[in-house]
Ligand binder design. Structure first.
Ligand code: ADP
Ligand code: F6P
Length: 331
């Protein structure tokens, strides 16, 4: 690409952009940092990484990003820029300090990669006059404006691999397992993984569940010859320990438990996430070059689209009803 092309045809006086990752990490953040950095460098921009999210912004923890600084990270989980949660940035004083620092450092545009909390912070900066584009990255898949956030697919693959392993021992011992997955208040990870691993039941916060019915179902399957069972519980619906206790009390049913915890947040980035994150990174930089701000990149029917952060943050993402219907038949 001809660097001058960007500088002249877009009519935007932009020299330097910054990238930060914030909130809970998700696999694919690195792929996005890499794509955004390389695309921006190609467009003739200077790129700085802000380490440890908004905490690092307030501490001026900046690193220069060159093409070589982002090599070898495409497939790596976590984030080379580190991430953090920062209470100070939630205060008026913290936000004013952040704006002053960005102006003093002559940062013309900022890319914020993170979940809904981080995107809320990005919107605050936008309203205070900073040019910001958000990139959705969270395993929870709870962000409106994108069908998939960066990291969801990798996390699903890890959950399904873990359940496949557990099924080996479950079938040998003729046992039932309760597997607790993350997702905060969103049941997407539980629902999608239950479909993908052929679980007997999925307990998610969006749909009321009846443990007596689940107990009956497990006994019925047992009598029909299915001697092992998997129940996936979303952390937002209940704890696996609570479900174990209740199933024992209600149906006298014995179960084993696995809480996957942070294991499901790391790991080699899936192909889907590498490509999604690369596309998001590119469009985030392009959007800044087109003088856009206060918007988030997202995936909608195969295309990368922009949605105003006000809309993203003001709209509850509903579970895909087609997945729910599929689960009703298969799970
Ligand atoms: P995630 O981005 O994964 O949802 P958090 O909700 O913990 O993670 O948010 C990450 C960071 O974003 C917070 O530590 C804080 O610095 C910033 N943030 C969250 N909510 C707000 C808010 N309402 N206003 C300004 N900044 C916020
Ligand atoms: O938002 C991502 C997430 O992994 C949630 O699924 C989970 O509830 C939470 O973060 C865990 O947070 P922490 O990293 O603070 O333990």
């Amino acid at each position: 690409m001809n660097n001058k092309y960007w500088a002249t045809t877009k009519g935007v006086k932009m020299k330097k952009i910054a990238i930060l990752t914030s909130g809970g990490d998700s696999s694919g953040m690195n792929s996005c940092i890499r794509a955004a950095t390389r695309f921006a460098l190609n467009a003739g921009l200077e790129v700085v990484g802000i380490r440890r999210g908004y905490a690092g912004l307030l501490d001026r923890d900046f690193v220069s990003l060159e093409s070589r600084s982002v090599s070898g990270i495409l497939q790596k989980g976590g984030t080379i820029l580190l991430t953090a949660r920062c209470e100070e940035f939630k205060t008026d004083k913290g936000q004013e300090k952040a704006v002053s620092i960005l102006n003093e450092e002559k940062i013309d545009g900022l890319i914020v990669i993170g979940g809904d909390g981080s995107l809320t912070g990005a919107n605050v900066l936008h309203k205070m006059g900073i040019k910001v584009i958000g990139v959705p990255a969270t395993i929870d898949n709870d962000i409106f404006g994108t069908e998939m956030a960066i990291g969801v697919d990798t996390s699903l693959n890890i959950i399904v691999n873990a359940v496949d392993c557990i099924k080996d021992t479950a079938s040998s011992h003729e046992r039932a397992f309760i597997i607790e997955v993350m997702g905060r208040n969103c049941g997407y990870l539980a629902l999608a993984s239950a479909i993908a691993c052929g679980a007997e039941a999925a307990l998610i916060p969006e749909v009321p569940y009846n443990l007596e019915k689940i107990g009956d179902l497990l006994y019925r399957r047992y009598r029909e010859g299915k001697t092992n069972s998997i129940i996936i519980v979303a952390e937002g619906a209940a704890s696996a320990y609570e479900i174990q206790r209740k199933l024992k009390n209600i149906a006298g049913y014995e179960t084993r438990i696995t809480v996957l915890g942070h294991y499901q947040r790391g790991g080699y980035t899936s192909v889907f996430d590498r490509i999604l994150a690369s596309r998001f990174g590119r469009v985030a930089v392009e959007s800044l070059l087109y003088n856009r701000s206060g918007e988030m990149v997202g995936l909608w029917e195969g295309k990368v689209v922009l949605t105003p952060l006000d809309t993203v943050l003001g709209t509850k993402k509903l579970l895909d009803f087609r997945l729910l219907k599929l689960a009703e038949v298969l799970v």
